[in-house]
Structures are given as C-alpha cells and as structure tokens.
Design a protein around this ligand. Sequence first.
Ligand code: MIC
Ligand code: MG
Length: 305
Amino acid sequence: MLYSKTTPEQKRLALRAALGSGKLQQFPGAFSPLSARLIQEKGFPGVYISGAVLANDLGLPDIGLTTLTEVATRAGQIARMTDLPCIVDADTGFGEPMNVARTVQELENAGLAGCHIEDQVNPKRCGHLDGKAVVGLDTATQRIRAAADARRDENFLIMARTDIRATDTGPAGLQAAAERARALVEAGADAIFPEAMGTLEEFQAIRDAVDVPVLANMTEFGKSRLFTAAELESAGINIVIYPVTLLRSAMGEAERTLDVIRLDGTQEPQVERMLTRSRLYELVDYEAYNRFDTGIFNFLVPGRR
Ligand SMILES: C[C@](O)(C(=O)O)[C@H](CC(=O)O)C(=O)O
Ligand SMILES: [Mg+2]
C-alpha cells in the first residue's frame, strides 16, 4: 500500500550486492510507476529509468531537452513505488561538472539507487545513432569525479557511460572505449556502460579492460544484436537493461487497439489482450486500501457507543 517500505539506503545496498553476485542482473525499463510494480512482480532484481522514455513520453526527442527537475521528479515517482533498486539515466549530468554534483544529490534525494552519466557533448543524442561527439578526457573524468565526490551515501552507484566507441567504427574506436573506461573508473566510476557495442567480443574487450561491473544496453532497433542473457553472462556482463522495451510494447499495442476501434467501431477484439480490471487492481494493491478504509470506519472505543 502507498509507497515502498524499503528505504533508498537498503535499495542501494541491494544493488551493490546484486552487481557483486557474479550473476547477470536484468533491469527492464519502467515507463511509469505502475510498470515498475509489474517489473517487481515478475521477479526482476531492479528497474531501469530511461532518459529516452522520459523524453519520448513527454513527446520530445531524446536530445537533452528534459531538465534535472523533470527527470528527478519522474524517477522519484517510479522509485518510490517499488522495493527494487532503480538506476536512472542522467544523460550528461545536466551541465557542467558542478551541475553534475547537484544532479547526483537530487537523485539521491529522489530515492534512486544509482545513475549513469555519459561523455557525450550537448546536445546529446541516442547512443545508437550516428554522428555522435564526445567530450575530451578531462571533461569526461571531471564529470565522474564531481559525481562521486557529491554523493552522501557511498553506496549510491555512479555509473560512467562512454559513447566514444561509435566515434570510430574501426578497432581504434574499441581501443578508445577500453582506455576511456579505465580512465573513468580511475576517476571514481563504480560501473561502466559501454554504449553501442556491436558484438559480444566488443563487450568482452571492455570487460577485460576494467574490474568494475559492466552494463549491456539491449535496446531494440540499435547497433547491438539483441544478445540473450546467457550470451551476455558468458561475456562477463553484470547488468543488462531493456530501456525502451516496455514503452515500445505498450505503445505498439495502443496503436493496434486504436486501429481496431477505428476499423471495427469497437475495442471488443482487443479486450482479451488487455490487462484486466482485477489485474490492474492487484498491481495498485486495491485490497489493502479497502482493508484500511474498513478499519478506519469500524473502530471501537471500549465502553463507548
Ligand atoms: C539507454 C538510452 O540512453 C535511454 O535513454 O534509454 C538510449 C536508448 C535508446 O534510445 O534506444 C540510448 O542512448 O541507447
Ligand atoms: Mg539515454
């Protein structure tokens, strides 16, 4: 009922333990607080909160238009509805290194378990598009150092994302990614998100370059093949995200339903594919509110009528 009783501190500890377990952790992307409940119910160990989903849901492209306030607010709404640790996409940290410091403190306040900060220039773009540019090593490491120094809970996870691989599609790009990953860990990153890796061998190369957890981004219609959990685990990957998968599924289904209503004049053929009323009520814990309400209106004071 209401919000999660698991504290942010407990969630951060759980995330640290999960990442150190040696088992691949699958984090689907929640597009809403309710979808985070579904992710928890299905037995996943954590929730990812995607910058692309946040922006797209507002009708905006994912090019750094969303603000820290918008991201922290929405991420906080999602985080408080689940007992699972949530990792949020903090893009480039919303400004200069000093802004990155504030970003981390706001995300801590919002109850997140961790965030990732990338080395793209502003305006940033989806990591799987062409023509990206990254900042120099100094700025990239300053962002991470500022983030690591700003946190007040040492277990808040600072993940560094590097987009440098795609700036040179040949072996030099991969070499640059491995070097940058090492430098970002040196600057204080607790985990590495190598963006737009093409093959399992590329993931393996980053894995070999650092001794912190490594993330794989299994976003659809991107540069990576959609590797299975077993494949990623065999490459030594610690955490995999499916960032936009649920939004794409939900919007795909919404589009099909709208077409049916237009064509058939009724949604009837789609009803059997929908979340039922009782399932929806289960997810919002309706029953618990009912008990609460009954209790309030039935209280007795001994000796009084
Ligand atoms: C992971 C990502 O940063 C996101 O915002 O979810 C995106 C996902 C996407 O656009 O498919 C990314 O840059 O890969
Ligand atoms: Mg993003």
